[in-house]
Structure formats: C-alpha cells, structure tokens
Design a protein around this ligand. Structure first.
Ligand code: RP5
Length: 166
C-alpha cells in the first residue's frame, strides 16, 4: 500500500471478501493511487461504519470502494453517511452466487446513490479503474496514465489473431 495519505478507501464486510476486493486494490496500485484497505462490517461493526463514513471526507478520501456479499448493506449505509462517491462491488455469495449482493447494492432507493459494479473480480477491478477516472479529472498526469492504459488494451485486441478459417 502507498505510504502517502490515502485518496481512496477500499472497504469490505469481511476478510473473506479480500480475494475479490484485492482486484480493486491492484488497479489503484498499478496507477500509483494512494489507498487504504479496511474491514468494516455494516451489521457486525455498525459503529465503526458510521465513524469511517463520517470521517472519510475530512481524512482526505475522495471516494470509497465498498464490497460486501449477501444482504450487502455496507455500500448503501456508507453512502447514507457521507456525500463522497461510493462505488459498490457485489461480492459472490455462497448460496446465491452474488445475485443477492448485486440486487441489495444496486437497488438503492431514490436519493442516496451507490455506483454499482459487476459481481466479483471484474466489478472490483472496474471499481478501481473508475476511482482512477474520478481522480484523473483533476490530475493530468493520472489522466495521461489512464489514456496510456486504454491504448495498451486497444493494441492488445488489435494484435489478436484467430486460427485460419477453412
Ligand atoms: C458479508 O458477509 C461479507 O461482506 C461477506 O461477503 C459475507 C460473509 O462474511 P464471512 O462470514 O465470510 O465473514 O458481511
């Protein structure tokens, strides 16, 4: 993790969410965005959730990436307690494979938005990239790195070959 003051908070309901949420952290690391990673549970540590959300902006965070599984209250409750952008990542769950996580994050009632990403690793990685986009708006060097990343992806696809067709 970067030693500078964190600009992005990556929070999750349990340590068991980390294998998914580390994909958000990896994107932030790749773009040298300072971040912090914490376990904050909506239903097991509600007081910590309130404290984290209430202090996030004054601590210098610019957005919060929040991942949780099952009845995933964490992103919505964080969004209820801060006006910072909250990026929700549905973590795959044991029985419903993250469909429950997705619906409980994406179906926020009008007035308290949560930007919701895909279930699992792709959603976590995209939440990391979305945080980079948010920050790049005010950081030309970061914006240049994001453009470079997009160009590298484009070039990879343009170089893809398929087997000869008979
Ligand atoms: C949620 O319950 C967490 O976000 C996690 O996805 C799920 C299971 O948590 P553990 O029982 O693995 O701690 O709160």
């Amino acid at each position: 993790m970067n030693a500078e003051s964190p600009l992005v908070g990556v929070v999750m309901g349990s340590q068991s969410d980390w294998p998914v949420m580390q994909h958000a952290a990896e994107q932030l690391q790749a773009f040298a965005v300072p971040f912090e990673a914490r376990v904050v549970s909506a239903h097991r540590t509600p007081d910590l959730l309130f404290e984290y959300a209430e202090q996030a902006a004054s601590r210098g965070l610019k957005c919060i990436i929040a991942g949780a599984g099952g009845a995933a209250h964490l992103p919505g409750m964080l969004a209820a307690k801060t006006t910072l952008p909250v990026l929700g990542v549905p973590v795959p769950s044991k029985h419903l494979k993250g469909q429950d996580s997705l619906l409980s994050i994406v179906q926020m009632p009008k007035g308290i938005p949560v930007a919701t990403f895909a279930i699992g690793e792709a959603g976590a990685a995209n939440a990391g990239l979305f945080a980079v986009s948010l920050l790049a708006h005010q950081d030309p060097e970061l914006a240049a790195r994001l453009t470079e990343f997009r160009h590298a992806q484009r070039d990879t696809v343009l170089a893809m070959d398929l087997p000869p067709q008979s």
